[in-house]
Design a protein around this ligand. Structure first.
Ligand code: FAD
Length: 456
């Protein structure tokens, strides 16, 4: 059967494009091709008892399957143009915010009702940050929490399933331009459609490079964010997190004038492993349910590296640093801030004697052997800057997990409507390099669905 639209990847980008198409034209023939499992069949083998660390599964259950990388995330939908992607450069600032608000309403209608929307608007912390050489970025953030986020995905799937053909465990190997449409080449057979939306996320980055090469679609790759995940007693940041939940704070270092920023703040959350193409890095999330809350808050401190000619493999650079930490620690390394400052590694004993109980079983070690000096110096400077607005951040027992790397997909050359040079072939979400977040990826899905609806 030839479909009207096929969607490759069932992460937020793919889901919300399918949702918008179905909502407006339930008569359309839609195929969703997802390389991994249905939501209920996604299981990470780490159980905290027998398996405590990443075992490098062939395909990561945290990153792949219905819901994409967002399925077990903290479900923080940031409604802002200040971070999370550059969707606004394509569709305009107002449209981008409208679409993010629209996605928020869909989430509320599908199980998110009653969750809290935090906002920086009118916050007294803006001034306090400014007085301490820190900048608080503007945003509203809907915090669904990992559990409600999962429920929303379940509900969306239940509603869409009768109106679309979902193919799970179906990796698309190639995309071919055929007469009057596109062909997705599978391990066995193929699927064809008039229009094709590609939304394969970060885990599909290598695949995207290949597809763009095969189709002669131009790309560029020059950014990677590298840093650590900080874990502290929740009470140290509670005045900020109670009011804002997530605060995106930027610090400009004195030494190198680099920007260091907080990223993905998880009050009462846990630190987790993330496996991207076999490389183990660190991430974090938190649950909405009271009984799953921990005594700690975690957030990342990241430094952006933008490379210039002739180097153009920013992800390769980030991967090398992550590999180094994997080589030394067998996975993620954890170090007390006090040990880092004293120039010594952390040991199991020193971590046990500390007052912060780690929520991830990582290998105690020395991050200064892994992170480039310029990046590490920036992170240390920022920890002391944060200590001024949240005293205790620079305590000896503060835990630093490394490395956290935000790989950016190469940016695909797209028209303003997110179409490639091929009419009807769209590339959206994190895989396109345009978005880096749940809300932007989802909004890009709604946007292209509407573009397709207009053209039908
Ligand atoms: C642990 C964790 C926590 C996070 N927390 C947050 C948060 O709180 N807030 C936030 O804004 N962002 C968060 N993020 C980031 C967010 O999840 C992503 O930005 C978002 O999921 C991107 O959506 P996407 O649809 O572009 O891609 P993805 O969600 O990555 O989905 C892509 C899908 O495509 C599939 N795919 C890949 N290749 C192929 C192929 N060849 N054929 C078929 N299918 C394929 C993959 O299996 C995957 O399911 C988090 C990420 C992680 C890993």
């Amino acid at each position: 059967m030839k479909y009207d639209v096929m969607i490759i990847g069932a992460g937020p980008g793919g889901i919300y494009s399918a949702y918008e198409l179905i909502r407006n034209r339930p008569d359309l023939k839609i195929a969703v091709l997802e390389s991994r499992h249905k939501l209920e069949n996604r299981h990470c083998p780490i159980d905290g008892k027998k398996i405590t660390g990443c075992v490098n599964c062939k395909s990561c259950a945290i990153m792949n399957g219905f819901g994409g990388a967002g399925a077990f995330s903290d479900g923080k939908y940031n409604i802002t143009n200040d971070f999370g992607g550059t969707l606004y450069e394509f569709i305009g600032r107002d449209t981008a915010i409208d679409l993010m608000n629209y996605v928020d309403r869909i989430n509320l209608e599908h199980g998110g009702e009653g969750t809290k929307l935090y906002t920086t608007a009118g916050s007294e912390f803006k001034k306090i940050c400014m007085q301490n050489k820190l900048t608080l970025l503007e945003a509203s953030v809907r915090h669904l929490g990992t559990d409600i986020n999962y429920k929303v995905l379940e509900n969306l799937y239940r509603e869409m399933e009768p109106h679309a053909d979902f193919f799970f465990d179906t990796p698309v190997r190639h995309v071919r331009v055929i007469d009057g449409g596109y062909e997705a080449v599978l391990d066995q057979g193929s699927v064809t459609a008039d229009r094709c939306i590609v939304s394969v996320g970060r885990s599909g980055s290598k695949w995207m490079e290949k597809i763009c090469r095969e189709l002669g679609i131009k790309t560029k790759s020059n950014r990677v964010d590298i840093g650590v995940r900080v874990e502290i007693p929740a009470v140290i940041f509670s005045h900020l997190t109670d009011q804002l939940y997530e605060s995106k704070i930027v610090y400009r270092t004195e030494k190198f004038e680099d920007n260091v920023r907080t990223f993905c703040m998880n009050p009462h959350g846990i630190v987790v492993n993330e496996n991207t193409n076999g490389i183990v890095t660190v991430n974090g999330h938190s649950f909405e349910a009271e009984d799953k809350k921990t005594d700690n808050t975690n957030f990342a401190l990241l430094v952006s590296k933008n490379f210039t000619e002739p180097f153009n493999d920013s992800n390769g650079y980030g991967e090398s640093i992550a590999r180094l930490s994997n080589m030394l620690g067998g996975g993620v390394i954890v170090q007390r801030f006090g040990d880092l400052e004293r120039g010594r590694r952390s040991t199991v004993k020193r971590i046990e004697e500390g007052h912060v109980r780690p929520t991830l079983n990582a290998t105690p070690g020395d991050l200064s052997l892994v992170l480039p000096k310029r990046i590490l110096d920036g992170i240390i400077e920022m920890i002391y800057a944060l200590d001024k607005i949240a005293p205790g951040t620079a305590n000896d027992d503060t835990l630093l997990y490394g490395v956290e790397v935000k790989f950016y997909n190469m940016e695909v050359k797209l028209k303003k409507n997110m179409e490639t040079k091929y009419p009807g072939l769209y590339m959206i979400g994190d895989g396109s390099g345009v978005t880096h977040s749940l809300s932007h990826a989802s909004a890009s899905g709604v946007f292209v669905a509407r573009d397709i609806l207009k053209s039908l």
